[in-house]
Design a protein around this ligand. Structure first.
Ligand SMILES: [Zn+2]
Length: 145
C-alpha cells in the first residue's frame, strides 16, 4: 500500500509541511491589526490602508468559545457518511484575534473554555484523487489548565 499524498486544503493558510505548523496571517502596517487569513484585507472598519505584511501567528492561544456541529458543513467540505458531529473552537491568540478551527483530541464533554490550545495540522478528508487533504485544527495542550 502506498502512502497517500498529503495536500493542504488551500495554499497560503498555514506553514506546511512542518512539525510546528503556524497559521499565515496578515498585519496592517497602517493600524497594526492582525487578521487571518492574510488575504482577508477588510480587517477594520474605516481603515483604508491596504499595506499588509505577512506574519506567522502564534501556535498557542486560549479557547474562547466553542460549538458542536450536528449537521454537515456545505460543499466544498467532504464529510464522512454517516456524518460524525464535530466541535469547532474559537481560539484567542496573543495577537488579539480569534481563529476558528475544528477541535481535535478532546471528548465533547471534556471541552472547557479558557484552556490552552495549540495548532496542529491533520487530515480533513480524502479527495477523489486519493490525496489526504489536511488543514489546521486546535488541540488542547496536555497538562494545561
Ligand atoms: Zn488597517
Amino acid at each position: 500500500m502506498t502512502e497517500k499524498r498529503q495536500v493542504p486544503i488551500e495554499k497560503g493558510l498555514f506553514t506546511w509541511p512542518s512539525d510546528k505548523p503556524q497559521l499565515i496571517g496578515g498585519r496592517c502596517k497602517g493600524c497594526g491589526v492582525y487578521f487571518f487569513p492574510k488575504f482577508y484585507i477588510v480587517h477594520k472598519p474605516g481603515c483604508k490602508d491596504r499595506q499588509v505584511e505577512e506574519v506567522l501567528l502564534s501556535r498557542r492561544g486560549k479557547l474562547d468559545t466553542y460549538t458542536i456541529q450536528y449537521y454537515p458543513p456545505p460543499p466544498p467540505f467532504i464529510t464522512p457518511v454517516p456524518f460524525v458531529p464535530y466541535a469547532v473552537g474559537w481560539v484567542a491568540l496573543p495577537e488579539g484575534i480569534c481563529v476558528a478551527g475544528i477541535i481535535t483530541g478532546w471528548k465533547f464533554e471534556d471541552i472547557k473554555t479558557h484552556t490552552d490550545m495549540e495548532l496542529v495540522v491533520e487530515k480533513f478528508w480524502d479527495d477523489p484523487e486519493e490525496n489526504e487533504v489536511v488543514s489546521w485544527k486546535w488541540r488542547p495542550v496536555k497538562g494545561a489548565k
